[in-house]
Design a protein around this ligand. Structure first.
Ligand code: UAG
Ligand code: ATP
Length: 499
């Protein structure tokens, strides 16, 4: 593409690509000097030019010695904005060619995005970008971030268009919104899940965390689109006020557009009645736990508001594909429950402990978890307090320690544990093995925090890891002493209703 297509009055020099990291510049690229948390991109102009950048887009005034020859210099007021605009043009405005669903909130983004993708795929090819994967057609890539940086995002969206995708479900993190990674996208549908404690290491306060999330509704959703809001969440009214698109509501506790009543949560399925415009529709789904009823309502509302037939949506809800590592029940015929889940926020942990408690009833609830290193420290003690409240046996272990000592992290979690039995087993495989070996018929084992991730972040970055689900299966088949015993006293279909 010509540089003149990206910037008014620029020469017609050919541009091979856009880049904001001097280390990755390729000959013919445009380099954007972005502000960062540790660096300022203006520091790396020399390296960018040496690597072959043909144009430098900057916002600060540069001295002649800071402008190596060989590149064209374009000064703009805001380099992030300039990059977002340029990326939209360079990649031919891909998001304008697809129906764009943006999902934000502390918990539930991946689940909702995957449900939307799976059901929408029945109508037309639909892509997904989020924590679990980048997926379109037969392509499945492992992402580094939940919401990729603006350039990679536009590139992947353009590939989706090239592969025939007509819609895309995109997880929009608060970091992504604060760093304006999605500024080049106008969403047809913006979905809000919930706002609970998380990421304060980055945002500082819950107020600024909320403000980042709210940008999806105040700025990024099209005025002609839809904002799908959780009426039971404390942020509902504020979001309703600032939303620039018409608001559609979902929930359980209050009257709303898509409401679930008569909710029944069973160990392996959920049932509820969906009330929409005065009519009641019975819903049965393989998704379990009350929070997933919320996730499902959000997805149903989003799909129905974008012209999918309610009957088709509800039929598809009966048997949704497992969202990897999200409340994944491991069933190898063992007479106790084993659940792998990605819970890593206080609210997510609490909801999992509550669900585990309901499943175990009077049997033991055993949990295995840690807390990530180099991330919010304050939540560690809270994890301990929550586990103490619900679990009979707690095995603390490593969870992405990065360069922190897992034993020190475990000590901080332990500060919240007063009465429950607990041990620290650093090696996560060993911790899972012990949990499974110690389970008796009817017990429930929760493996929390890593979901399906096939790596652990250690001092030097990602180290390969088998994954909690794979290890659980291996341990059940190798070490479960009950696997071949006949067990009559556990009725797996025993039902219970959430309070
Ligand atoms: C805290 C955070 O979000 N950091 C992001 C931020 O990095 P930064 O501000 O530290 O950047 P910096 O190092 O100061 O550099 C400033 C600029 O100079 C450039 N630079 C820097 C060094 C150099 O040699 N040459 C050079 O050109 C950088 O490319 C950048 O443009 O900007 C970078 C470029 O876009 C991101 O890659 C980086 O994400 C890091 C890797 C990260 O881990 N982010 C996580 C926390 C994140 O975004 N998570 C969310 C939420 C997940 C969840 O919900 O759990 C996500 O969406 O994944
Ligand atoms: N609606 C919800 N309310 C509270 N907790 C939830 C909800 N949905 C999911 N969770 C919990 O959060 C965990 C992560 O779920 P999910 O991946 O769908 O959320 P997310 O917002 O995408 O998080 P991340 O971006 O960190 O992956 C689940 O494993 C579950 O423990």
């Amino acid at each position: 593409m010509r540089l003149s297509k990206l910037f008014k009055n620029a020469p017609t020099t050919n541009v091979t690509g856009l880049c904001f990291d001097s280390r990755k510049v390729q000959p013919g690229n445009v380099y954007f000097c972005l502000p960062g948390m540790t660096h300022d991109g203006h520091e790396f102009i020399k390296q960018a030019v040496e690597k072959g950048a043909i144009c430098i887009v900057h916002s600060k005034e540069l001295k002649p010695e800071e402008m190596p020859v060989g590149a064209i210099y374009i000064r703009v007021a805001d380099t992030v904005d300039a990059m977002n605009q340029a990326a939209r043009i360079f990649y031919s405005k891909p998001s304008d060619k697809m129906l764009m669903y943006g999902i934000t909130g502390t918990n539930g983004k991946s689940t909702i995005a995957n449900v939307i993708r799976n059901i929408r795929n029945k109508k037309e090819p639909t892509g997904y970008i989020g924590t679990i994967a980048i997926e379109y057609g037969n392509v499945r890539l492992q992402p580094d971030l939940t919401t990729p940086d603006a350039l990679f995002l536009q590139e992947k969206l353009s590939e989706m268009v090239r592969h025939g995708m007509k819609a895309c479900a995109l997880e929009v993190s608060s970091h992504g919104l604060a760093q304006r990674r999605v500024d080049g996208i106008n969403f047809d549908v913006a979905i809000f899940t919930n706002l609970t404690y998380d990421h304060l290491d980055y945002h500082g306060t819950m107020k600024s965390y909320f403000e980042a999330k709210s940008l999806l509704f105040s700025e990024r959703v099209k005025p002609t689109g839809k904002s799908i809001l959780n009426i039971d969440d404390a942020c509902f009214e504020k979001l309703q006020r600032i939303s620039q698109a018409p608001v559609i509501t979902y929930g359980i506790e209050h009257e709303c557009d898509y409401r679930a009543i008569n909710v029944q949560i069973l160990p392996k399925q959920s049932k509820f009645d969906l009330v929409y415009q005065g009519k009641t529709y019975p819903v049965v789904t393989n998704l379990v736990a009350t929070y997933n009823v919320y996730n499902l309502l959000a997805a149903i509302a989003a799909l129905h508001e974008t012209d999918m037939d309610l009957d088709v949506i509800l039929e598809a809800c009966k048997n949704l594909p497992q969202v990897d590592g999200r409340l994944e029940q491991i069933d190898m015929g063992q007479p106790f429950h084993v659940i792998v889940d990605f819970a890593h926020t206080p609210d997510g942990m609490k909801k999992m402990f509550q669900f585990g408690r309901q499943i175990a009833q009077t049997h033991k609830l055993i949990s295995v978890f840690g807390s990530a290193g180099k991330r919010d420290v304050a939540k560690r003690k809270v994890f301990g307090e929550l586990a103490d409240q619900y679990c009979d046996y707690i095995i603390l272990t490593e969870d992405d320690p990065r360069d922190e000592d897992p034993a020190v992290i475990a000590d901080q979690i332990e500060e919240g544990i007063e009465s429950s039995n607990h041990v620290f087993i650093e090696d996560r495989y060993e911790a899972i093995r012990q949990a499974i070996e110690s389970a008796n018929p009817g017990d429930c084992v929760l493996l929390l925090g890593k979901g399906d991730e096939p790596y652990i972040y250690r001092e030097n970055g990602r180290a390969p890891y088998k994954g909690d689900n794979v290890i659980a299966k291996e341990c059940i088949s190798k070490y479960c002493r009950h696997i071949n015993e006949a067990v009559d006293d556990v009725n797996e279909d025993e039902s219970f209703i959430e309070e």
